[in-house]
Design a protein around this ligand. Structure first.
Ligand code: DGJ
Length: 745
């Protein structure tokens, strides 16, 4: 047991070797937060941590704990309107127009393992001993709402997952208009808040700011988690860096509209709220019905940011990703998008595939443009039938031919969308999200299908499943190329329109679930115009995601570096593309493009026939290299070493489980002449082991971690054999293997 309940003081202590999470039931029956952080001893009474007062102008309830105003308590799941003037976690609109509610403790239960969240993505356990779950039941007797707060504590790591479930136990329907997944009141605001922001083609760049009085908030109102903000935030102490110090992460396992905020009150208490974005959200609950919020994953460590990321990486690789692709190296693929765009036919595709096969590539992926009237992005979305003029024998014919070459076949789909110029739209014009009598906005000439309607999801499922059944398909790239506007479903009554955004994403999850259940061997890669839906929710269904549409190597160093704070290497789709790069016109060496793409799923996004013989030979070597080392790279422990956001030279590395092998990637954006010598301090090695570094020499692990790996080259005046002349967009790999001999020469 590691979740304790002290009867006398009605105190809960969730405690493992790493962390403690403590809360108690107040005299009033409400839940107060007492502590979250590094493990502390258990005791019966933590009452001294419940600091409270009635200050001038504070309100206080007329029952229980009269010496404390709700404004000054650190609360577990507060409602606005009862004297806590901060943002609330829950709001319920009742028949009489009131939005007040106040939840008081009724009971609790502690169970082994972790319950499933029906219809929602969530972290899971494989054995009961891995975690324990506390479910605290509270109620508001006036409106008849029951609230269950779910806390799962993992046995071995500083991980707590949280969600809430609201049930209507009364006799009148009500609308839940706000239901956050997590509320956490921290006793001070000495934190740097790190968010991961960007836009199309520059996703998840870390942005750091100090928390101060007021509200710091990120959110998406785009119907998907978005390129602009990622549903993941880190709070770190000001002196915390990659290798040491306290940090906590808040990751939201959800792919739709979200909000994560930190509200610092005048007494410097910080309230963290995470959940479905309350804007345009409401959910009607009839008598007996429940609403389950998505899950938030809270992680704490006192060992720096790399450690924090590694906890998420392992958890998401092993207890979020499911199915046969969990913990499995990913196939090296070639995708035809940047090679052909819409300009292809079967012959051209097979030519690309054959050359790729010759270069050792394992999977050929046919991207957009293979169906209906889709010769450009004006038409055809929604008509999931192969265009015979391009593919005379359809997808089944093409997939057979690709398999005959000795490769696997993969296919692009964008099931949530429809072009107005499509048979689907002509047949069902009301199947897209739109407001009656208003013209919906287009984006990329497409509209969004109303996935809140089961019949729409069923129809799309029917078309996609048919292709998957008829053809030899090993991989699906599931794209989503526009944000949602005009969020209204003509199939719902007016008072249920607030449900549409969430029901939409539930429809997406449902389609995924049905497809992965029927086709368990298919590898799904999620995509939303690049990295517009790279979130933990998606990883439950699709074990990898297209990280960004920006395939330039130097930009990818930044994008992949930023993404690594919350997501594992094996989840990042990363390809070698052509030069000049299609997004920003930059010319980078082929070697650099490969050495960046290695740190992800690895693949190609160009026509290898257009490379010189010499380059094709290089491609063969790169492919071989990746095959040899992908287990280490994709499933090893990843460390950020030097940030491309702060330095011209950056580095990262991976280390295998028993610390006998490691690979360091070193990148320089612009070359300079006659500059400083450079060393990179490595991490995660065995200090006692000696490591052979490429073919160049041996060092002890402690030397490499403390004195550093010497990466100086021609830029710092070195000359001689093997010293590369400096060039822009330079990269170098260092493969480290524990040496046989125990002492370096
Ligand atoms: C956006 C994706 O990110 C690209 O890789 C490509 O699949 C296009 N969509 C196709 O329309």
């Amino acid at each position: 047991m590691f979740i304790y309940f002290h009867e006398k003081t009605r105190t809960f202590h969730l405690q493992n070797e790493k962390i403690s999470y403590i809360m108690c039931v107040l005299e009033s029956g409400e839940l107060a937060q007492l502590y979250f952080g590094k493990r502390i001893h258990d005791r019966e009474d933590f009452g001294y941590l419940l600091e409270g007062a009635i200050r001038s102008h504070s309100a206080y309830p007329q029952d229980g704990n009269c010496g404390i105003s709700p404004e000054h308590i650190k609360q577990e799941y507060p409602a606005f309107g009862n004297g806590d003037f901060r943002q609330g976690a829950i709001e319920i609109l009742q028949k009489n127009g009131s939005r007040s509610c106040r939840f008081r403790y009724v009971s609790h239960r502690i169970t082994a393992g972790k319950p499933k969240l029906s219809g929602l993505p969530a972290v899971y356990t494989e054995e009961d001993g891995e975690a324990q779950t506390l479910i605290v039941t509270l109620e508001d007797t006036v409106c008849g709402a029951e609230l269950e707060l779910l806390y799962t504590l993992f046995a071995d790591e500083g991980i707590i997952t949280r969600s809430a479930r609201i049930t209507n136990r009364g006799s009148e329907a009500f609308h839940v208009t706000r239901a956050m997944s997590l509320c956490l009141d921290l006793p001070d605001n000495e934190y740097d808040w790190i968010q991961f922001s960007g836009s199309w083609a520059r996703e998840r760049f870390p942005v750091t700011r100090k928390l101060d009085i007021g509200i710091t908030q990120i959110e998406s109102l785009r119907g998907h988690s978005s390129h602009q903000q990622n549903p993941f935030v880190i709070l770190k102490r000001p002196n915390t860096d990659e290798v040491s110090g306290e940090a906590m992460g808040i990751s939201f396992v959800y792919s739709g509209n979200f909000r994560i905020s930190a509200q610092v009150d005048p007494y410097r208490v910080t309230r963290i709220l995470t959940g479905i974005n309350p804007t345009w959200f409401s959910w009607k609950l009839e008598e007996g019905e429940s609403f389950q919020t998505p899950e938030a994953v809270l992680v704490y460590t006192d060992q720096g940011l790399n450690r924090l990321s590694q906890i998420y990486h392992r958890l998401y690789r092993e207890r979020l990703t499911r199915g046969v692709w969990k913990n499995k190296e990913r196939p090296i693929l070639i995708n035809n998008w940047e090679a052909t765009y819409f300009d292809f036919n079967e012959e051209k595709l097979l030519k690309i595939a054959s050359k790729a096969k010759e270069c050792g590539v394992e999977l050929f992926v046919l991207d957009d443009g293979w169906f209906g009237a889709r010769r450009n992005d004006d038409a055809g979305l929604g008509d999931w039938v192969a265009a015979k003029e391009l593919l005379p024998e359809g997808i089944s014919g093409l997939s057979g031919k690709v398999e005959a070459l000795g490769m696997k076949f993969g296919l692009w789909i964008e099931p949530e969308m429809v072009n107005p110029d499509s048979d689907l739209y002509r047949e069902h014009p009301d199947w897209c999200l739109h407001v009656p009598e208003r013209t919906p906005s287009l984006s990329r000439q497409q509209l969004v299908l109303d996935f809140s309607r089961p019949e729409v999801v069923d129809h799309i499922h029917g078309m996609i499943a048919k292709i998957l059944r008829e053809s030899k398909i090993s991989y699906i790239k599931w794209d989503m190329n526009r944000s949602i506007t005009d969020c209204y479903s003509v199939a719902k009554e007016p008072e249920r329109q607030g449900e549409v955004y969430h029901r939409y994403i539930l429809g997406v999850y449902d389609l995924y679930e049905r497809l992965i259940t029927e086709f368990p061997d298919i590898l799904f890669e999620s995509c939303a115009g690049g990295g517009g839906r790279f979130d933990a929710g998606m990883l439950y269904y699709a074990p990898q995601a297209w990280t960004s549409d920006d395939t330039d190597a130097m930009e990818r160093v930044r994008i992949q570096y930023g993404t690594s704070y919350g997501y594992p290497v094996v989840s990042m789709g990363s390809h070698v593309s052509a030069v000049p790069n299609h997004q920003l016109g930059r010319i980078t060496p082929l070697k650099t493009r490969a050495e960046v793409a290695y740190f992800g799923t690895f693949g190609y996004e160009l026509d290898l026939n257009r490379l010189s013989e010499e380059e094709q030979e290089q491609v063969r070597e790169y492919t071989e290299f990746m095959k040899k080392h992908r287990r280490l790279i994709q499933l090893g422990t990843f460390y950020r070493l030097q940030s491309p956001f702060e330095h011209n030279e950056s580095a990262w590395m991976v280390v295998n489980e028993d610390r006998t092998e490691a690979l360091v990637g070193f990148y320089r954006t612009l070359s300079q002449a006659n500059i400083h010598f450079s060393r990179i301090r490595l991490q995660g090695l065995d200090p006692e082991k000696t490591y052979q570094i490429n073919e160049e020499g041996c060092c002890y692990g402690d030397e490499l971690m403390h004195a550093g790996l010497v990466v100086s080259d021609g830029t710092s005046g070195k000359t001689g054999e093997g010293i590369l002349p400096p060039s822009d967009f330079f990269s170098r790999l260092f493969l480290l293997r524990a040496a046989e001999k125990d002492k370096p020469e």
